[in-house]
Write a new protein. Structure first.
Length: 178
């Protein structure tokens, strides 16, 4: 086993990334306060060839030094928009025929490993504030909620970790079906 050098990884150029087919998933960040988390989520969206990110409320926007530190250039490759009000962002994506799912612990939430992702469907996944989660008025507009099963003493994960777990499941589905 030999560790691969960067030039052996066959990474896409910025132009190749922009022209590549994207998986029909958008991320909505509802008042995410940590710029490091925002940068990490940009990087995850780049890694999994997702359509883009909608930044809402207090969520910082590029260019920002703290976002850049963890995004490592993904703010240049991943499409993003800022919409001040998260409920407006959700309504806009509903009008564009996205199925909106909040990643949150709610009554009736579906466990991540039990959700049914459908070929031909477009998804928008809402991730919320590090302390308060996804706002209730946003959840009220969603088509459902996804919960990551947890069995320890803590009942929450860092938002960037949560995004990585959930987005991996969607990426895996679309890779297998694509």
């Amino acid at each position: 086993m030999k560790k691969l050098r960067n030039e052996e990884l066959n990474r896409k150029t910025l132009e190749e990334f922009r022209e590549a087919g994207k998986h029909p998933v958008r991320v909505i960040l509802d008042n995410v306060r940590s710029q490091n988390n925002v940068g990490s989520i940009f990087r995850t969206c780049d890694a999994f060839l997702l359509e883009g990110i909608v930044l809402c409320g207090i969520t910082a926007t590029p260019p920002h030094r703290e976002i850049s530190k963890t995004a490592l250039g993904a703010t240049e490759s991943v499409s993003w928009v800022y919409i001040e009000n998260t409920t407006e962002a959700v309504k806009t994506l509903h009008e564009q025929d996205y199925l909106i799912l909040a990643v949150e612990q709610t009554q009736g939430s579906r466990l991540l490993h039990r959700i049914e992702i459908a070929q031909g469907e477009k998804y928008a996944l809402v991730f919320g504030h590090e302390i308060h989660g996804v706002a209730q008025e946003v959840i009220d507009l969603c088509d459902g909620t996804i919960e990551i099963p947890q069995h320890g003493t803590k009942h929450s994960l860092n938002i960037a970790v949560s995004a990585g777990i959930v987005l991996w499941e969607f990426f895996r589905f679309f890779q297998e079906k694509g």
